[in-house]
Design a protein around this ligand. Structure first.
Ligand SMILES: Cc1cc2nc3c(=O)[nH]c(=O)nc-3n(C[C@H](O)[C@H](O)[C@H](O)COP(=O)(O)OP(=O)(O)OC[C@H]3O[C@@H](n4cnc5c(N)ncnc54)[C@H](O)[C@@H]3O)c2cc1C
Length: 498
């Protein structure tokens, strides 16, 4: 019979949940992870796997002197007018101060990263990408958790929190009551797949856009708000973003065994083989739903729906209009002259797992399912299934009206279409209010005894703009939550009854 009583119960098995469980077990706690899916990993398993940190061994190896203080300052440069003044500065500090140790910890598990890669406005190259893909994170963290004795139950959704004398003492999972002697750690992802919560917190044009991960249903919301918890920055999201659909066929990388030596071979090859030979291989890793760079639209790429119509200004939140298009889809269309500028840094088509940036030729070679090229617009329409006359008219209208200033006309053959693309909310950034120990805050900002949150669930008003900060927060907040929860006792001064 499986046990029904644990020190710590962790809800969710993505970056935050796995890190929290490992950390709790490393601090001596008898720990259970429950995951509502049959598979572990959540959104983390779909991520590109970039982690942005200062003070990494990778930076030191190429004489980059980088500090958490500089990272802290640079994060604000991503915010723009809309988000100015809305960050949780205490959690930003926690993130930048602790991510270097988190990154070292991931390396200590044998995981292999490539980097650091630049990402302006970061003042230093800080992005480190897992090799060969994010499945490695899930596989090796799960292995570590099992080795430490963490029990893992899948197809086990949390239904309720159990509260006794103002303290969270357990959860109910498919009707079964499980006791958590020390704490429950909520690491159950975001609420991008919860239409009611999106309508409640987000502008209507964003709320109607679908999630990337249908399982991100924010199940934690009702039980925690009943206890006085609240969501901060509920209107903020990673997205809506226009992304290519992920490949439909199982790609080479999904079939690769998660062997660490293989990751080391990939890393060695990147460092030592001529890029000309290596690139086609590494680019076989274009496996997830990648986002075409916004520079494409700024410089003149068009978004054209399946009817051949241009439906919005590509530089002004076009993702909001995507759900109204046939099949909710469109193609990114450009001419040969513009396309030729997206063949080398700094003009990339998208970030990419492993080697960080993918260019037009990478897509031509490795994603033939979404790459179309023709000498005429009518030929392009034929290949993509658009209406040729409408496409020609849409492009002619654009060339006569909008192709001014920095935007390039769409006039020089060959013509290229990439897609289809559609709009996704990748993750919502509204998370439960937490303190620096990741305790969930209830009425009057007193911690709810016995309850912690990490990752997207415990994002606490922290802004994670740019690449690599969400996973940085997921792993870092998970580790800290696990440690604090495991170290807390009933008489621990960190715990207040509310
Ligand atoms: C395509 C894509 C690429 C991305 N790439 C990057 C990247 O390269 N770098 C980066 O920093 N960020 C990236 N992100 C964002 C990042 O992946 C997420 O922010 C991060 O993975 C969230 O981790 P988490 O542990 O909080 O949640 P998740 O990884 O979503 O884990 C939550 C888990 O909780 C489970 N769960 C939910 N409800 C319950 C319940 N009631 N009971 C039990 N279990 C439950 C879910 O099934 C899930 O397994 C990307 C996102 C997407 C969509």
């Amino acid at each position: 019979m499986p046990a029904t009583s644990y020190d710590i119960i962790v809800v969710g098995s993505g970056s935050a949940g796995l890190a929290a469980a490992i950390s709790a077990a490393e601090h001596g706690a008898c720990t259970l992870i429950i995951e509502k899916n049959a598979m572990l990993g959540g959104t983390t398993a779909w991520s590109v796997g970039s982690i942005t940190t200062s003070a990494s061994p990778h930076q030191r190896a190429i004489d980059i002197y980088d500090t958490p203080d500089d990272h802290y300052a640079d994060m604000a440069l991503f915010h723009g007018e809309r988000l100015k003044g809305r960050d949780n500065l205490k959690l930003r500090r926690l993130l930048v101060d602790h991510t270097p140790a988190t990154f070292d910890w991931l390396l200590s598990l044998g995981l292999v990263f490539y980097g650091p890669m630049p990402e302006p406005p970061h003042s230093q190259p800080r992005m480190h990408n897992i090799l060969p893909n994010s499945q490695m994170l899930i596989h090796h963290l799960t292995k570590r958790a099992r080795k430490l004795g963490v029990e893992i139950r899948t197809s086990a959704p949390m239904e309720k929190l159990v509260v006794e004398t103002n303290r969270v003492t357990g959860i109910v999972v498919t009707g079964e009551h499980l006791t958590a002697e020390k704490a429950v750690i909520l690491a159950a992802g975001d609420f991008s797949a919860n239409p009611a919560l999106k309508q409640r917190y987000m502008p209507p044009e964003v709320a109607r856009i679908g999630p990337f991960n249908e399982d991100s249903t924010g199940d934690w919301y009702a039980p925690v708000t009943e206890l006085g918890g609240r969501v901060l920055n509920g209107d903020v999201a990673l997205g809506p973003e226009i992304r290519f659909r992920p490949p439909t066929k199982s790609t080479l990388v999904r079939k690769l065994p998660p062997w660490l030596w293989l990751a080391r071979v990939v890393r060695w090859s990147i460092d030592n083989m001529p890029p000309r030979l290596l690139r086609p291989f590494v680019m076989g890793f274009l496996t997830t739903a990648l986002m075409p760079s916004l520079d494409l639209y700024r410089y003149g790429a068009l978004l054209i729906n399946r009817n051949g119509e241009r439906f919005s200004d590509e530089t002004d939140a076009p993702s909001d209009h995507m759900p109204a298009q046939p099949d909710g889809e469109a193609f990114v269309v450009m001419d040969g002259e513009l396309a030729s500028t997206f063949r080398a840094w700094p003009n990339f088509i998208s970030t990419a797992p492993g080697i960080a940036y993918a260019y037009l030729d990478d897509y031509r070679r490795n994603r033939p399912d979404i790459f179309f090229k023709a000498d005429t617009l009518a030929g392009l329409a034929n290949k993509t299934g658009m209406d040729a006359a409408k496409l020609e008219k849409s492009v002619a209208d654009y060339n006569s009206k909008d192709a001014k200033g920095d935007r390039h006309p769409c006039a020089t053959p060959p013509f290229i279409a990439l897609g289809p693309v559609c709009s996704f909310i990748m993750t919502t950034d509204g998370g439960l209010a937490v303190n620096e120990h990741l305790q969930v805050l209830g009425d009057n900002d007193f911690p709810i005894a016995g309850l912690y949150a990490a990752g997207s669930t415990g994002q606490g008003g922290l802004l994670l703009e740019g690449h690599g900060h969400h996973l940085g927060w997921g792993f870092t907040s998970g580790r800290l939550a696990g440690r604090h929860a495991a170290s807390a006792g009933n008489n621990d001064s960190d715990l207040f009854d509310y």
